[in-house]
Design a protein around this ligand. Structure first.
Ligand SMILES: Cc1cc2nc3c(=O)[nH]c(=O)nc-3n(C[C@H](O)[C@H](O)[C@H](O)COP(=O)(O)OP(=O)(O)OC[C@H]3O[C@@H](n4cnc5c(N)ncnc54)[C@H](O)[C@@H]3O)c2cc1C
Length: 372
């Protein structure tokens, strides 16, 4: 059986970025991804500017992405507050972004196999990765399979046993006159939604809501009319736009519980290592950043003849905690405030008087830029 240098399980943002980085460094990489490209994914599709210099170093540019420099934030019953985003970002669809990275990975020599991984085992000196019909071997495996998967069960990861109340819904809309430079974050009872333009010319509306708030309504249309439209900004958007998708996409059981960035001997990257609350608009940047850290450490390890991954695991865990732990904690606290009607209203009134406070909060939930 061929022994690969690196197998990456999951070819989303984190997996594809790590693969491109490793291939650019001359490593042999196999990605196993369960879905074919391109496809839409549930995501707010605002990508923070902190990742651009790094993406540039691995040869990734984002042609057509929409430059965004302003955040508009509102709670029901209050006028929105606008502030300039300290780092800025872009609006880009996951349909376009993942496909672009996939093409880059193929061009860089990464082998991409469309299949679902069912189990991964760490053996002395190597890993075995199992799909339904085959077994693959490699010196290193990166876990990049996203938020919550049946693979987490096979690997016995603890967070998977806890049910999560969160549901997310997304669709693209045609909306004449939507300002390119704006990303909107607007709350409603039990949830919040993001609005931003994509390179496809559509506006992405993606919202996160507690399932118990959602299930009281018969369907999404009723929920939109009765709950989401309580927020004047969202009501205005929904009345003046037309959905492009046949129907909205949704995912359930989004869990924000603590995970281990190193688990079962694997380095976990992106959402597989930890999920930040979407209101921070930083999950994609974290996926790319964690992939860059893992790729550098794995390349260094493969450049030696050592079979001892222990120090790589220790260093990856240390760097992951140093870069992301605080962001996750602040994101969690923010979500608590935003979903409490009176706290959200009070903080919005405070920030309306002092918008620099909002910029400080945004800085605390974002990185300063990936070291290159
Ligand atoms: C509602 C919502 C809104 C968001 N909005 C934003 C935003 O505006 N900005 C932002 O920066 N972040 C946002 N995020 C976060 C962002 O979407 C994620 O952090 C990001 O997608 C993580 O990338 P990833 O590569 O870790 O996971 P993914 O992109 O989910 O990739 C995982 C891949 O693994 C594959 N896979 C899964 N299981 C297997 C298996 N067994 N075998 C093989 N392949 C497998 C999947 O098919 C998938 O392609 C949002 C998240 C949510 C839920």
């Amino acid at each position: 059986m061929k022994r690969h240098e690196v197998i990456i399980v999951g070819g989303g943002l984190a997996g594809l970025t790590a693969a491109i980085d490793l291939a650019v460094r001359g490593r042999e990489v196999l990605i196993i991804e369960k879905h074919a490209y391109p496809r839409h994914k549930v995501c707010g599709e605002y990508l923070s500017g902190e990742v651009w210099p790094y993406l540039h170093t691995i040869g990734v540019e984002l042609p057509g992405a929409i430059t965004i420099d302003t955040l508009s934030w509102s709670v029901p019953g209050r006028r929105p507050v606008e502030t300039r985003l300290p780092l800025g970002g872009v609006g880009i669809s996951r349909y376009g972004l993942d496909a672009l990275l996939y093409q880059k990975a193929c061009d860089a020599g990464v082998q991409v196999l469309i299949d679902a991984v069912t189990d991964i085992k760490a053996l002395p000196g190597c890993f075995q990765v199992r799909t339904k019909g085959k077994v693959y071997e490699s010196r290193v495996v990166l876990g990049a399979y996203g938020k919550r998967e049946s693979l987490d069960k096979s690997l016995g990861r603890q967070f998977i046993s806890r049910k999560s109340p969160w549901l997310a819904v997304k669709a693209h809309y045609h909306c004449q006159g939507w300002p390119d430079r704006l990303v909107g974050l607007h709350t409603f009872k039990g949830g919040y939604g993001g609005l931003s333009k994509t390179e496809l010319g559509t506006v992405n509306f993606c919202y996160l809501v507690r399932y118990d708030s959602f299930k009281r309504y018969r369907n999404m249309t009723e929920f939109k009319e009765e709950v989401i439209s309580e927020n004047r900004e969202l009501r205005h958007f929904l009345r003046h736009s037309k959905m492009v998708f046949d129907k909205p996409m949704s995912i359930a059981q989004i869990s924000f519980g603590t995970k281990n960035p190193v688990d079962n001997g694997l380095l976990m990257i992106g959402d597989t290592a930890g999920v930040i609350h979407p209101l921070c608009g930083n999950g994609m940047a974290m996926a790319i950043h964690s992939a860059s850290i893992a790729a550098r450490l794995v390349h260094q390890y493969l450049s030696t003849s050592s079979d001892d991954l222990l120090s790589v695991r220790r260093e990856y865990r240390r760097l992951w905690q140093a870069n992301f732990r605080k962001r996750l904690m602040i994101g969690s606290a923010l979500q608590t405030v935003l979903l409490n009607d009176s706290l959200a209203s009070l903080s919005q009134a405070t920030i309306a008087r002092s918008p620099s406070l909002l910029r400080a909060v945004i800085r605390a939930t974002h990185g300063k830029g990936i070291p290159i």
